[in-house]
Ligand binder design. Structure first.
Ligand SMILES: Nc1ncnc2c1ncn2[C@@H]1O[C@H](COP(=O)(O)OP(=O)(O)O)[C@@H](O)[C@H]1O
Ligand SMILES: [Mg+2]
Length: 255
């Protein structure tokens, strides 16, 4: 199964990506968790010490040159668009708590029009992960779906849009859905996060009535606290874990 996670910044995409990854891994899946947000922080959510020192793939200049034939910064028209990437999930990941974590990192010109060698490498890597790898892949993205294309969207089994009870996150949710539908991605679900009351839950279900809600994760200080001090988010809140497990159970059902 391949799951992509998007939504407005701060809604809890990284929290959800890390918890889903660990819960799936604990139930026996081989899981690759991919940090595809230029603002990298997924490894920190797993509680990896010195996570800020991890070199993202987009900054591995030697690897990029070896695979594409050009170094980042060279705008030469001479780099390979189909670099070899099949060994990267093992070579460029860290194993933690049963989950393989890969950090893609920022590319200079964010968005689809980046004709740079690091963009070509990441594009080929995402295509490989979504279309070829026989493992569970959980992609922690930014507030858009820039990493997906009409071709790679076919490999995504579920796009999860994370929202919190705010109009702005709802508006971003609609925007992400529009972008997803444009590239043919139709299997879209919503996870509501940071819910503090029935009223907040109703705000979201009323304003997103035609979305499929996969779950409602409560706000819990345990998560915020663990994040603040750099502890793993998993198991930092019983309430949140319970809901994430129920989301996993609903995703795990055969289609
Ligand atoms: N259910 C929750 N309860 C409390 N705090 C949360 C919850 N979900 C996320 N947070 C906090 O909100 C902030 C943003 O979460 P994060 O997962 O980094 O969002 P995103 O990846 O969407 O930007 C973090 O400080 C995180 O600890
Ligand atoms: Mg994030």
């Amino acid at each position: 199964m391949k799951i992509a996670i998007s939504g407005k910044g701060g809604t809890g995409k990284t929290m959800l990506a890390s918890l889903l990854s660990t819960v799936f891994a604990r139930s026996g899946y081989s899981v690759l968790a991919i940090d595809a947000d230029p603002n990298v922080n997924l490894a920190a959510a797993f509680g990896l010490p010195n996570s800020e020192k991890i070199i993202p793939i987009s900054k591995m200049d030697d690897l990029i040159e070896e695979r594409t034939g050009a170094r980042p910064g060279q705008m030469a028209p001479y780099f390979r668009l189909n670099p070899k990437v099949d060994d990267l999930p093992d070579k460029c990941s860290l194993k933690h708590d049963g989950v393989k974590i890969m950090v893609m990192g920022p590319i200079k010109a964010a968005g689809s029009g980046c004709y740079c060698p690091e963009g070509a490498l990441l594009e080929a890597l995402v295509a490989h992960l979504l279309l070829k790898v026989d493992e569970m892949v959980i992609l922690d993205m930014e507030a858009g779906i820039e990493h997906l294309t009409r071709g790679t969207a076919k490999g995504v089994d579920k796009l999860i849009i994370v929202v919190e009870p705010s109009m702005r996150s709802v508006i971003t949710g609609y925007r992400v859905r529009d972008l997803a539908l444009e590239i043919g991605l139709q299997n879209i679900g919503v996870v509501a996060n940071k819910i503090r009351s029935e009223k907040e839950k109703e705000f979201l279900t009323a304003n997103m009535a035609d979305f499929q809600f996969l779950g409602f994760i409560p706000y819990d200080e345990g998560i915020a606290e663990a994040d603040r001090i750099g502890l793993p988010l998993v198991d930092s809140s019983e309430k949140v874990m319970r809901e994430v497990k129920s989301i996993v159970a609903s995703l795990d059902k055969p289609k």
